[in-house]
Ligand binder design. Structure first.
Ligand code: SDX
Length: 375
């Protein structure tokens, strides 16, 4: 038995063509296309096409995908009935996990496991996630959910579903870039959870339910929500340095920092830092960005750690007006494209994922009858 590697750190668990991470260089590519090129020139819809098909789409293919995503935004009517049964205190991530699982019940073609049927599921799930997230946001606040737009971009519809107002071009574009940046990230915990589940040949809904469960944890996707809570708790820019130094001195983790793979700047943080700054300047409220910069410099100096994707997305989403509890669900609204791409890849060349555990428990334990085991 080889020695156990905690957290499977640097263990290569599969082959994949989808996403390449170079932690030393801080390089991230999807099928070889650099994240900086995608962030600067692409759209979430084009990036989703790339993840699902391995090539950038022609204009015709992109137009067709956009139309499919728009056409699949509405939820089955009874899904909203199901949501109405839940206590309004239910967390948005728990509602998202429950809803994805329930969607299997509304898939009349569930037994069709063909690659095409699963690609259609990937498109439908990607189209519906913003509707699930924003419908719950309204229901939990005693409001009626909005009907998704039949047109407009994925990013614009997501923002519309929250506020009922169409975003301006800058805001829609900034949201689109954030969706691109969160779309995929190799074998992170939630993607690995999806592949392990798909590896048993469980269906797409079961695989994505596993992924959402994993993403909800504060060491993974749940970190962005913790970051904004920390910023709000600090409150003022000039209190940030002392607060963070004290937290680190008390061995606390600063959410939004560190990464299992990156040993230099997370390339996604580069864009999110700039977007947090620009949105703050546009809204004449750069407090959260300035506080973030102070924290970033402090953590780098004291722990030598860099900001990850969750650090600046927190202030960016806050400035966009998202309630804090929606930060991780918004992450999922993008990562659904990567998760489904990995599930499709797992199905296409599957082998059950079943590692071993190094046994460290007692051996040769005798079976003692219960009446001889003492009080
Ligand atoms: C995401 O995998 C992915 O690709 C994920 C993701 C994606 O796109 O899917 O990038 C998204 O999940 C980003 C990460 C979001 N999580 C957080 O921001 C939570 C805070 N970060 C940490 O908990 C931590 O950095 C992890 C979980 C991200 C990585 O943990 P590791 O690789 O297991 O590192 P570790 O816990 O072994 O820490 C190594 C050292 C320790 O110091 P020592 O005890 O050895 O002295 O670094 C320290 C840790 O204490 N450390 C931190 C820290 N992160 C690591 N110290 C303070 N604050 C932190 N955030």
């Amino acid at each position: 038995m080889p020695t156990t590697i905690d957290g499977l750190e640097d263990i290569v668990a599969t082959h994949s063509s989808i996403c390449d991470l170079d932690g030393k260089l801080g390089k991230l590519t999807y099928f070889g296309v650099d994240i900086h090129d995608l962030a600067n020139h692409s759209s979430f819809e084009e990036t989703a096409y790339l993840l699902w098909h391995g090539v950038l789409p022609t204009q015709k293919q992109l137009d067709e995908l956009r139309q499919q995503l728009c056409a699949n935004r509405q939820l089955p009517a009874r899904m909203l009935d199901l949501m109405r049964l839940l206590p309004t205190t239910t967390s948005p991530m728990d509602v998202l996990r429950t809803s994805i699982s329930a969607l299997a019940a509304f898939d009349a073609d569930l037994q069709n496991k063909s690659a095409e049927a699963n690609l259609q599921r990937a498109i439908r799930l990607t189209a519906m996630l913003p509707t699930i997230v924003m419908s719950w946001e309204h229901l939990r606040n005693g409001r009626e959910p909005l009907v998704p737009l039949p047109d407009h971009s994925h990013a614009a519809n997501l923002l519309y579903m929250l506020s009922g107002k169409l975003p301006d071009d800058y805001t829609a574009h900034a949201m689109d870039v954030a969706l691109i940046l969160h779309a995929d990230h190799e074998l992170n915990a939630s993607t690995f959870a999806a592949r392990v589940t798909a590896g048993t040949l469980a269906d797409m809904y079961a695989s994505i339910t596993s992924a959402i469960g994993a993403l909800s944890g504060p060491l993974h996707g749940g970190a962005n929500e913790q970051v904004i809570r920390t910023l709000l708790k600090i409150g003022e820019v000039d209190k940030a340095d002392a607060y963070i130094r004290n937290a680190l001195a008390n061995k606390q983790r600063i959410m939004g920092f560190g990464h299992r793979v990156y040993r230099t700047e997370d390339p996604r943080a580069t864009h999110l830092r700039a977007m947090s700054k620009e949105l703050g300047e546009r809204q004449k409220d750069t407090r959260w960005y300035e506080m973030s910069r102070v924290i970033e410099q402090c953590v780098k100096e004291v722990k030598g750690l860099n900001a990850n994707v969750d650090f600046y997305s927190a202030s960016f989403y806050y400035l966009l007006g998202f309630p804090i509890e929606l930060d991780t669900p918004i992450f999922a609204c993008s990562r659904i494209s990567g998760w489904t791409a990995h599930v499709l890849e797992q199905y296409a060349n599957n082998r059950l994922i079943r590692p071993r555990a190094e046994y460290i428990g007692p051996k040769e334990t005798p079976y003692v009858p219960i009446n001889q085991r003492g009080a």
